[in-house]
Design a protein around this ligand. Structure first.
Ligand SMILES: [Zn+2]
Length: 161
């Protein structure tokens, strides 16, 4: 368990603090979104709270909701910029599950038909056809353009759970 401040040596806290992070692509008052330097696939993003929270349980309902809001925005940016056929979203929760950084983050991995059959669990990386900095630039542009694109229409009330 960690406090809700920042932790020295933490990649996400350094990005939040404004350190020069070329793979930072988006942010809001509660979260940041960065490209994974060791991606499972092109456009592999990680959404993290600005506070150094150890896991999803520490984030509370509001923190978890903010993470999901940012993840949806990331999906929309990826759809606009890279046209994936699907996504994997996931959190590695705890050492036994492969959590490698003690700062909560949600993976948003775009998928295309035939890329791989299974999302690699640990440390697997792929040779990517595009430089990470180029991908980051494309995604920053896509995030910026989202402001001009309306959210997908909400379901009418009768269709909500
Ligand atoms: Zn941190």
């Amino acid at each position: 368990m960690t406090d809700a401040g920042s932790a020295s040596g933490c990649f996400f806290c350094a990005a939040v603090a404004g350190a020069d992070e070329p793979l930072l692509v988006a942010g809001d008052p509660a979260t940041i979104t960065v490209l994974n330097r060791f991606p499972y696939n092109s456009g592999h993003l990680m959404v993290a709270p600005r506070a150094h929270l150890s896991d999803l349980l520490a984030a509370g309902d509001d923190g978890a909701a903010a993470l999901m809001v940012a993840a949806r925005r990331a999906m929309r940016a990826l759809e606009s910029a890279m046209h994936p056929a699907g996504f994997n979203l996931g959190v590695n929760h705890g050492d036994a599950a492969g959590a490698s950084i003690d700062h909560l983050h949600l993976h948003v991995v775009p998928r295309w038909g035939g890329d791989t059959n299974f999302m690699p669990v640990l440390g697997a990386t792929k040779v990517l056809p595009e430089l990470l900095e180029e991908t980051a630039a494309r995604l920053r542009h896509a995030f910026a353009e989202l402001a001009d694109v309306p959210e997908p229409a909400e379901l009418p009330p009768a269709q909500r759970l």
